[in-house]
Design a protein around this ligand. Structure first.
Ligand SMILES: NC(=O)c1ccc[n+]([C@@H]2O[C@H](COP(=O)([O-])OP(=O)(O)OC[C@H]3O[C@@H](n4cnc5c(N)ncnc54)[C@H](OP(=O)(O)O)[C@@H]3O)[C@@H](O)[C@H]2O)c1
Length: 238
């Protein structure tokens, strides 16, 4: 069976990816910042019959990334899902959102968002390139957002939107850098999904977004490397 590695698997879209890939019979390496608190993920592992492994990973911790890479040194990873993400300052009733608006920007918070949303997925891609290259499917997928599109993304949230725009550029460069190894690197937008990040007013259930994303990822071939695609298969203008 193929193997998928998923970051940010404790909740939201990442947890749903674990559920659906495990149900489909894949071997799943589910990475969570704090496995003790990830009780839903622990439940999935218990019911998986040994196909779901949980690894502790704060994506900003280089040593943890390298430790997992070493532990799975002989494993072929068919799909590496860089899913963990940080929306930046916002708060339950959006009382902190102004810290992402021009005129009252919080530069420290912005720096942390870039650390999680850009530097971490690039570092993980770099560290696991060999694991992916030796697999059958050879896919690196990055959870981006239409908010990061210069053409389409309108919300004026500096930290989150700029981090996803920067991620998109990095995905395009990773695609060029890993093309010779046969790796397909692509950015995807899951749509507006009902999670802690997406909020209760979002339009999509995680189960439907992830179902569509899994179909999209399964259909991706070399021509899709360096692309930016919505969950429903439509291309997103950079
Ligand atoms: N939901 C949407 O509408 C939407 C739209 C566009 C794009 N996206 C993207 O989709 C991805 C998943 O979003 P989501 O809606 O599922 O968000 P979520 O419900 O807020 O979950 C975020 C996940 O990322 C993890 N995470 C955050 N910082 C981390 C770190 N430093 N190390 C390890 N894990 C970390 C969280 O772990 P903890 O539980 O430990 O905090 C959690 O598992 C993100 O990249 C997001 O930008 C979402």
């Amino acid at each position: 069976m193929p193997t998928v590695m998923i970051t940010g698997a404790s909740r939201g879209i990442g947890l749903e990816f674990v559920r659906q890939y495990a149900t489909a019979g894949w071997d799943v390496i589910a990475c969570a910042r704090d496995p003790v608190r990830a009780t839903d993920l622990a439940d999935l592992r218990r019911r998986s019959g040994g196909t779901v492994a949980i690894e502790p990973l704060d994506v900003t911790h280089t040593q943890q990334i390298e430790w997992i890479a070493g532990k799975y040194a002989e494993t072929a990873i068919d799909v590496l899902l860089n899913n963990a993400g940080d929306i930046g300052p916002r708060g339950a009733s959006r009382e902190n959102l102004h810290r992402q608006f021009f005129g009252s920007l919080d530069y420290e918070a912005w720096r942390r968002v870039i650390e999680v949303n850009v530097l971490a997925p690039v570092r993980i891609a770099e560290t696991f390139a060999e694991h992916v290259a030796r697999s059958t499917q050879k896919k690196m997928i990055f959870l981006s957002s239409t908010v990061g599109s210069i053409a389409e993304g309108k919300p004026p949230v500096f930290a989150y939107a700029s981090s996803k725009a920067m991620l998109n550029k990095c995905v395009s460069m990773i695609a060029s850098a890993t093309g010779a190894q046969g790796i397909i690197a692509a950015a995807v937008c899951p749509g507006h999904v009902k999670t802690d990040l997406g909020g209760a007013g979002a339009t999509l259930e995680a189960r439907d977004s992830v179902h569509a994303l899994r179909k999209l990822i399964a259909q991706m071939g070399p021509a899709d490397s360096g692309s930016f695609t919505r969950y429903d298969g439509t291309r997103i203008a950079w």
